[in-house]
Design a protein around this ligand. Structure first.
Ligand SMILES: *[C@@H]1O[C@H](CO)[C@@H](O)[C@H](O)[C@H]1NC(C)=O
Ligand SMILES: *[C@@H]1O[C@H](CO)[C@@H](O)[C@H](O)[C@H]1NC(C)=O
Length: 547
């Protein structure tokens, strides 16, 4: 009797908690959210007051810059306004606070370029919105950060509407803080860091640009009315990692799935992947930096996002990070008249590292020379392979030495030029003179170098894999911008085909390559960023009017 009563009451409590637990949890989250909002209200008011006073003192300068005609931006604004047909112009004056979660904002890497370009685009689209960056870089103030952004990335931000809030708990996301269970530890750390951020200020839209998706989930838990966005450079756990544990897998963890340790590791990763999927389902707008990342994030987050919000558009979009394409475009002319400046030169710009596969490129080039007797477009000229790369240490030196030996053995020494630690003017010189840009690496995630080839009008011959295949050397206007190859003979054939195109075909392909590179400009980035931001702003307006 006692036992069955116990059992009954246990079952009842399980049923009750299953039904009510989510409710209890979510109202708990909202109460904490309410408390956090109240606690940071004064800071919010101070911030807004500071913004408007800075805006007033800068207003003469705004006038100058506006009338100085930032032409390229005018067009983006026009474009942006065009997409918001059903919203009218009202949201142009949206005045919300956009919080960017980027604890290492002064690092100066590719991830930071994305952050600053995103803030600049946001500022242009919503001049009255305030962008705050949550950072842990205590040693630098706003003026110093903005100065560095200008020097390092040539990005000029409008100072009055960008502000920095300093986090004091950044060490929790360092991998050194979590020697064991690093994935889980760092994610927990990002929760602490996000809590830290919310005690400073609760934004109206919250965006993570560093890969701390758990921070976004916490925001959703505390503040359901704050839309969240993620710009993902790299999945925290990838499907490759999960697969690699199973027997027969590849990579660093190959075979690590055996034995009890392996089982434990698999369980741990799977648990983590489960949490990561849940987190992904809470994010309103997801962007990735490449097709590669998109595929991984789609397979991890796609299903749970669909389940979570079946009716909304839960697309995960690729927004390419901006590359300095414009500089190259103005430095290198591509026209029919510049064609006579180019020779049958194959340019390969890459560090002398093993995965860049210089060896295969040398072999393919030797094959090209032995199997062709010249090309009509380049009478009296033998093709030449130009290898440009930096030599960082003695390992690199040894590799260059071995590659020279190989060129000698292949009897192509006179037709191969090594240029170590080239200066930028030297690189530009070759980009103007070469016909073909080469990339030999397998499964490169992106390949900024290949974008640079395209911007300079080179015809690319790249490995049939990774970012160069999926994202960069793609068809433009239905026609190719270069060739994909895998083996020595495929590379050699692709070189031969590129060199045998008629002058008209050659020029058309160069023009398409250049057009292709435009997708990676600041401008291309800004247009897409704004489109996604518009959705977040729209959600914010809707959710704010509901409450
Ligand atoms: C995306 O981010 C990852 C990680 O930082 C990087 O390796 C990759 O090159 C990036 N892709 C692009 C298109 O920049
Ligand atoms: C190029 O990619 C293919 C897969 O498409 C791979 O099998 C091959 O090893 C790669 N070649 C080089 C030179 O990296």
């Amino acid at each position: 009797m006692g036992a069955s009563f116990l059992l009954l009451s246990f079952t009842a409590s399980v049923v009750v908690s299953c039904i009510f637990l989510p409710k209890i949890l979510s109202s708990l989250g909202e109460s904490v959210g309410y408390y956090l909002r109240r606690a940071s209200r004064t800071r919010r008011e101070l911030l807004l007051a500071r913004v408007s006073s800075e805006q007033r003192s800068y207003s003469s300068e705004i006038h100058e810059t506006r009338s100085a005609g930032d032409d390229e931006w005018e067009e983006i604004e026009g474009y942006a306004a065009g997409t918001s047909t059903n919203r009218g112009k009202a949201d142009q004056d949206w005045k919300g606070i956009v919080g960017f979660f980027h604890p290492f904002c002064n690092a100066g890497g590719g991830g930071e370029r994305v952050l600053w370009a995103a803030i600049r685009a946001t500022q242009k689209r919503w001049p009255d919105a305030v962008c705050v960056v949550y950072t842990g870089d205590h040693d630098v103030d706003k003026a110093a950060i903005l100065e560095r952004v200008k020097d390092r990335f040539n990005i000029q931000l409008y100072p009055p509407t960008v502000h920095f809030l300093y986090l004091s708990t950044r060490h929790y996301v360092l991998s050194s803080t979590w020697p064991h269970f690093t994935l889980l530890g760092q994610s927990l750390g990002s929760l602490i860091l996000a809590y830290d951020a919310f005690t400073l200020l609760v934004p109206d839209v919250f965006i993570d640009t560093m890969g701390y998706a758990f921070a976004l989930a916490l925001s959703h838990f505390f503040f359901p009315s704050v839309p969240t966005g993620a710009y993902v450079h790299y999945p925290t756990i990838s499907t490759d990692m999960l697969d690699s544990l199973s027997a027969g897998g590849q990579g660093v963890n190959a075979g690590a799935g055996e034995g009890w340790k392996g089982t434990a590791k698999r369980q741990y990763w799977q648990l983590f992947a489960r949490l990561y999927r849940m987190v992904g389902s809470t994010i309103d707008v997801v962007m990735t930096n490449s097709s590669w990342t998109q595929t991984h994030i789609q397979s991890l987050w796609g299903p749970s996002r669909k389940r979570h919000s079946p009716n909304t558009d839960s697309d995960i979009d690729v927004v390419f990070p901006p590359v300095a394409v414009e500089e190259l475009e103005s430095a290198v002319d591509v026209s029919e008249t510049t064609e006579n400046k180019r020779g049958p030169y194959l340019l390969y710009i890459a560090q002398f590292r093993p995965e860049k596969n210089h060896q295969l490129i040398l072999e393919a080039f030797a094959d090209l020379l032995s199997s062709n007797n010249g090309f009509p477009s380049f009478p009296n000229e033998t093709p030449k392979l130009v290898l440009v790369g930096s030599v960082r240490d003695s390992d690199d030196k040894t590799r260059v030495y071995n590659l020279r030996l190989l060129a000698h053995e292949l009897k192509i020494k006179e037709h191969v030029e090594f240029i170590c630690d080239a200066t930028w003017p030297q690189v530009l010189g070759w980009l103007r003179r070469a016909s073909i840009g080469v990339n030999g690496m397998w499964n490169e995630h992106f390949g900024i170098g290949v974008v640079e080839y395209q911007a300079a009008g080179l015809i690319s011959v790249v490995n049939n894999s990774g970012g160069p295949k999926l994202d960069i050397v793609v068809n433009i206007d239905g026609e190719p911008t270069g060739f994909h190859a895998s083996t020595v003979s495929e590379y050699s054939k692709a070189f031969a085909r590129s060199l045998s195109l008629s002058p008209a075909e050659t020029h058309a392909m160069r023009a398409r390559a250049r057009k292709s590179a435009l997708r990676f400009t600041d401008r291309g980035f800004a247009e897409k960023w704004i489109r996604h931001m518009e959705r977040l702003v729209q959600l914010q307006i809707e959710k704010a009017s509901e409450t």
